[in-house]
Design a protein. Sequence first.
Length: 389
Amino acid sequence: MELFTSTHISNRSLHIGTLVIAIAAGVALLYYGRDFFVTLIISAVFAFILDPLVVLVSKCHIPRPASTAIVLGIALVALYFVAVLAGTQISTLKRDLPVFTSRLSEIVDKTNRELDLIEQQTIQTLVPTSLRQQDQQIQKKPQEAMQAHKRRTRVPVKPPETGPPPIQEVRIHTDPRPVIASLYSYLSGYFHALLMASFVPVLVYFMLSWRDHIRKSVLRMFEGHERYAVGKSWSGIADSTRAYVLGNFFLWILLSILSATAFFFLKVPYWLLIGPISGFCSLIPYVGLPLSMIPPVLAALAIPNQFKIVLLLMAITGALHVIAMNFLYAKIVGRRVRLNPLAVTVSLMFWGSIWGGIGLILAVPVMAAVKAICDNVEALEPYGRLLGD
């Protein structure tokens, strides 16, 4: 009996140790291979989003590869026009940036003067006159002593020498690096990211055009109930990803339109750019409310007597955020992506720590995909209930 117990404990310890090593190896693989995995996941997300459009175009008796090319081309053209519109607004903002800087400096100087005035009034009110005079005398003594020391130790100034000025040697400094090397050193930091981003359209095209073949090949690897579970997991991942991304996209469009309209009537500069930025920031979990207020408040600095407008902008932005995240989000996204707040927070911390900013964006879709797998695999159902709401 003792031998059986010790063997059982030894096997259990070995299993736990193996599990810990496997988790550590998985985390290391995700960290060092983040460029590969991020590119693959982003491509899969876009493929899930565009798949219904490809199916719709295919109903017109167009082959799936051609339907995929049409949908992908339309998406790239739309993305190009959005980028051009945003670039126009950004270039205008760069031109007017000195005006915003000077306006901000004026506001900071005015605030400092008001704070100094309040401080002086507070001192005059709370501190007696005798104590203030003693303090002024104490501050004057070191200054008088310093001035007396300078007078005693003053060095006579030597008159300037007459005559022609010395001839100085002029040296021309040249950059030893050629232009191509300088350009390469500047772009090398972005080269790898641009290279991986160039694979996204190609991956999306093949994921969409070969979807049926990939699905059938994956399902053939399993038999019986396992094949059914894999098929349900596949559909669950597609539905949850599509619901999360499209739901957030529609909320972003709605918030952008409402915010830009409100900013337009309040005569906020660059309302066409500030509205979508504020709407996008509003969708960030937990910190969306304060972040959504920053763009319109900064833009309102160029408006004279902007205090009342800033308060009105903060009230409008806060109201839109509360309505969108507490009412619309639950109806559009929450019914399909049921993750509890603790799971979302831990997911944001984990993926943000190993993948940075892009990890914060992909955290919820990845966790929703994990929950979809757990919900459809019998052995993993307890973990799905743990992640759910």
